[in-house]
Design a protein around this ligand. Structure first.
Ligand SMILES: [Zn+2]
Length: 139
């Protein structure tokens, strides 16, 4: 979505809008981009599994107080949440919403015991909505 006709660099806000628009059908990419997984100890509860660590090569833990003994790692959502977010991205792509014509709703459910982070995931997804709106406005 880069505008190659521009002569001036993008402002910080414009660059953020460009970045967010790129995550339209990539909820996991959005979550990895928006949260400070590399530095914020309060959210560094889970190390990314190898498949997701390889997928986000720029993600590296730089928290000197991290209790992990493996220095070559990154933090992010739980594996189940990564899988959920990836499936959501596939569902979004499948609908091919054009911003105007209604598409089938995306319905998902996760059942579990208490405290696995279902509410946190909802909070992360609420943040994705502005990215979708930005994309529609830029289209
Ligand atoms: Zn760490």
């Amino acid at each position: 979505m880069t505008d190659v006709s521009r002569d001036t660099p993008l402002s910080d806000d414009e660059q953020l809008a460009e970045d967010l628009a790129g995550f339209y059908a990539d909820p996991l990419g959005y979550v990895m981009y928006m949260w400070p997984w590399d530095t914020e100890a309060s959210i560094q509860l889970v190390e990314l599994t190898p498949e997701y660590y390889e997928r986000f090569p720029g993600a590296k833990c730089v928290n000197p107080d991290c209790p992990s003994k493996d220095h070559d790692h990154a933090h992010g959502p739980d594996k189940w949440a990564c899988e959920f977010l990836d499936q959501l991205g596939e569902d979004i792509k499948e609908r091919n919403f054009d911003g105007t014509h209604a598409v089938r709703p995306i319905q998902n459910s996760t059942s579990s015991g208490h405290g696995i982070g279902k509410t946190v995931l909802v909070g992360m997804l609420i943040g994705l909505l502005p990215a979708v709106i930005i994309l529609w406005r830029m289209a």
